[in-house]
Design a binder for this molecule. Structure first.
Ligand code: 13P
Length: 251
């Protein structure tokens, strides 16, 4: 199963968001071997959820949540509220949350536990900055983020978490990781997860960072990639539909 996830970031209100999902789903026919996820801004979620409701291959998610169930937390959204608005997935620890809003490793763990506790699917984002890559710290950074984000979970719970490897230097820059570089980090993540999940589990690991219609096929030719998490190229019908229709080599 290949996951095609659209992270709209701070783009598309309910009206343009609904039109975009409608147009994409009209173009991309359902297939057993792929899932389409849409992560709109929170106020756009109900409109997107209504559009994906009729499609078994599509779902909606939110870009962030707070771990408390309710209370005086102005500006935050609980997992319960996100679910009521139509989210079945939640992005956690996106690099922009970490590096623009100061989200700490420890907070990602609380969020993952809250999302799993509510029965939703978490997608935990990890990835190194350019200076960390240059210093040879990629694996250490990614494994530190994984350990914090999955802290306190038993093996069965860890198996439910989807990981998105998004090198910070590749996000929104037009410079994607090469398929081989992405696959190498995926293997390292997979090995770490394999030791902590039930025997036979294949954890799902997506790649994100400047994925476009022109590089999606090469990236998805790597067996290590279980899908892609896409920002800029998911904001328009043509480019997003083209990515969602990327052929994968038969295995
Ligand atoms: P871009 O696809 O715009 O590089 O963004 C990637 C990303 O951050 C998805 O979460």
């Amino acid at each position: 199963m290949t996951i095609f996830a659209a992270n709209w970031k701070m783009h598309h209100g309910p009206a343009t968001g609904r039109d975009l999902v409608r147009a994409v789903l009209a173009r991309v026919r359902p297939r057993e071997d792929r899932t389409l996820l849409f992560f709109p801004p929170a106020p756009t979620l109900p409109a997107v959820a209504a559009e994906v409701a009729g499609r078994r291959d599509a779902a909606a998610g939110t870009q962030n949540v707070y771990w408390e169930a309710k209370g005086a937390f102005t500006g935050e959204v609980s997992v319960g509220i996100a679910a009521e608005a139509g989210a079945t997935w939640v992005l956690i620890g996106h690099s922009e949350r970490r590096h623009k809003f100061g989200e700490a490793d420890e907070e990602t763990g609380k969020k993952v536990r809250a999302v799993l506790g509510a029965g939703l699917s978490p997608m935990l984002c990890v990835g190194e900055k350019l200076e960390e890559r240059k210093a040879g710290e990629t694996e250490a950074v990614v494994l530190r983020q994984l350990a914090a984000g999955l802290q306190g979970l038993d093996a069965a719970a860890i198996a439910r978490v989807v990981i998105a490897y998004e090198p910070v230097w590749a996000i929104g820059t037009g410079v994607n990781a090469t398929p081989q570089d992405a696959a190498a980090v995926h293997r390292c993540i997979r090995e770490w997860l394999r030791a902590r999940t039930p025997a036979g589990t294949r954890s799902r690991i997506l790649y994100g960072g400047s994925v476009s219609p022109s590089n999606a096929a090469a990236l998805l030719a790597e067996e290590e990639l279980d899908g892609v998490l896409v920002g800029g190229a998911s904001l328009e019908v043509e480019s997003w539909a083209a990515i969602c229709e990327t052929p994968r080599p038969a295995r």
